[in-house]
Design a protein around this ligand. Structure first.
Ligand SMILES: Cc1cc2nc3c(=O)[nH]c(=O)nc-3n(C[C@H](O)[C@H](O)[C@H](O)COP(=O)(O)OP(=O)(O)OC[C@H]3O[C@@H](n4cnc5c(N)ncnc54)[C@H](O)[C@@H]3O)c2cc1C
Ligand code: FES
Ligand code: FES
Length: 479
């Protein structure tokens, strides 16, 4: 068993053990590596000032993604290569993104600037195009309080992507990959006086550890848990980080059934569903920010059990199954029966979610998903709604409806579904259905909206479905 972490920072191997592993990566970079270009501002994944590029081994190469280092603890980055702003210069000179930021006046106080540069460098490492929409999309997780976004977007547009040295060339992967492969052969256990972290190399070790330590807190992307650690001084005594578990990071599609491994990130999912179910892709596109989606997982979104989580409404209407495993065996639970109350769900202490099984929409089925939030990007929902239906002419043959933000858990609306089945798609039928929907929900007042507002949203979302269907904007989802 290894008792230290091994990772690289800007091409240099680092080994860390003991209490030091229980800190956010941003703190490690600033206070232990002296790399103060990485800024810490919100410490909750909202501003992007702490963005770094996280490289993971991926089929014989290293693939880099921008993430928020303030909500990534060191025990999540074993066998990774971290590239911070200091590691992006070219032979001591500014790189083309930095040059463009200077030329286009993309910085004032400069506090947000390293985050913007890192994120854009990550984008150009993958994409060789600079159009305004793509630049805006890649920067939705970076906030600037003084410059305004125009000069920054202009800077992105002024970059010649071909002039950027690819990270694979800047940091040849060979030695790192050999080191990661060797290090991946054994599980890791590291202790401080107060905390222990276990990083299993495989699922078998993970399940054994969970059986022996049922109260251990499972950390996947950490985008929910690390915020609580940073903001509420939450210090679980026993942690299990899934970052090295093999076999949970793939998406498989067979005969109209998609199997999503528990370590699959929301970005991977967004890419996978782009052509297959564009409605779900669109919901993922407005989920947090690219940095959040590059770290967060579907399994984490489900197990966090928030009634305003963005992915479960789609899973509810598709009647997805959760595969739950313990050292005793495997069982499958319908997501529609998983939640038992606010943050309560059918997962035993020795179990892990290992995959999510999603039946794809049939050719004649329409899917419509809605998220109501104050801002389009980087905001959590007030209400969500998901509809799956098949039509015969103007008659609704079958319909499944799930609403979020209207009760302690996400809800299916069986009475509304029953009422609408076999009915003509008319304003009066939809208005009547909206009232039944309101009778099935029990929203509360909170910072995101009052009970009355949420009830009205529940009605309005039903009407929006009607108008979207009537205008014929929907096409059946291609499989
Ligand atoms: C800035 C910001 C923006 C966000 N925006 C959104 C948004 O738009 N929509 C939205 O829905 N959410 C949002 N979130 C919440 C969060 O990103 C998601 O819930 C994400 O999917 C969590 O996944 P994770 O892997 O990071 O979970 P983690 O933080 O690692 O874990 C979350 C919970 O799941 C449990 N868990 C994780 N994996 C497993 C497993 N395999 N088996 C059993 N239990 C497991 C953990 O123990 C923990 O209780 C946002 C968060 C932040 C910080
Ligand atoms: S400091 Fe704001 S996202 Fe990390
Ligand atoms: S330049 Fe000051 S916050 Fe962006």
């Amino acid at each position: 068993m290894r008792d230290y972490l091994v990772f690289y920072v800007n091409g240099e191997e680092c080994r860390v053990s003991g209490a030091d592993v229980f800190q956010p990566l941003s703190s490690y970079l600033r206070y232990q590596k002296g790399q103060t270009g990485t800024k810490i501002v919100c410490e909750e994944g909202d501003c992007g000032a702490c963005s770094i590029l996280l490289g993971r081994a991926d089929n014989g190469k290293i693939t880099y993604k921008a993430i928020n280092s303030c909500i990534q603890y060191l025990y999540q980055i074993d066998r990774c290569h971290i590239v911070s702003i200091e590691g992006l210069k070219n032979d001591g000179e500014l790189n083309p993104v930095q040059e463009a930021m200077v030329k286009c006046h993309g910085a004032q106080c400069g506090f947000c600037t390293p985050g913007f540069v890192v994120t854009m460098c990550g984008y150009f490492d993958e994409q060789k195009k600079a159009d305004p929409q793509s630049i805006k999309d890649c920067l939705t997780g970076n906030l600037c309080r003084c410059t305004g976004y125009e000069p920054i977007i202009k800077a992105g547009m002024n970059v010649d992507p071909e002039a950027i040295i690819p990270l694979a060339k800047l940091y040849p992967a060979g030695e790192m990959l050999r080191c990661f492969e060797q290090a991946g052969k054994e599980s890791v256990q590291i202790k401080s006086e107060e905390q222990t972290v276990f990083i299993p190399a495989n699922l078998e070790d993970a399940l054994k550890f969970k059986a022996a330590n049922p109260d251990a807190i499972v950390v996947s992307g950490g985008t929910d848990l690390s915020v609580i650690m940073n903001k509420r001084s939450y210090e679980p005594s026993s942690i299990m980080s899934l970052c090295n578990v093999e076999g949970l990071d793939g998406i498989k599609s067979t005969n109209g059934i998609v199997n999503v491994g528990a370590r699959v990130t929301l970005s991977q999912l967004e890419e996978f569903f782009k052509e297959r179910v564009p409605e779900f892709h669109n919901i993922l596109w407005v989920f947090g920010s690219p940095q959040i989606r590059n770290a967060g997982t579907l399994a984490g979104n489900i197990a966090n059990a928030s009634p305003i989580a963005d992915t479960p409404p789609f899973l509810f209407i598709m009647d997805a199954l959760l595969e739950l495993r313990s050292s005793k065996g495997t069982r499958q639970v319908r997501i529609n029966e998983f939640y038992k109350g606010y943050k309560k769900f059918d997962l035993q202490k020795d179990e892990l979610i290992t995959s999510i099984v999603i039946p794809m929409p049939k050719k004649d089925e329409l899917i419509k998903l809605y998220k109501v939030s104050r801002r389009k990007h980087l905001d959590i929902s007030t209400n969500t709604a998901a509809f799956r239906l098949s039509m015969k002419g103007n008659q609704i043959e079958n319909i499944a409806i799930a609403y979020g933000g209207v009760a302690a858990t996400i809800l299916r609306l069986p009475k509304t579904e029953e009422f609408l089945t076999g009915k003509e798609l008319t304003v009066s039928n939809i208005e009547a259905a909206a009232e039944i929907a309101v009778s099935e929900i029990s929203p509360i007042d909170d910072v995101r909206g009052s009970k009355a507002f949420r009830n009205q949203l529940a009605r309005n979302l039903m009407m929006k479905l009607y108008f979207d269907l009537s205008e014929g904007r929907l096409a059946a989802c291609p499989q």
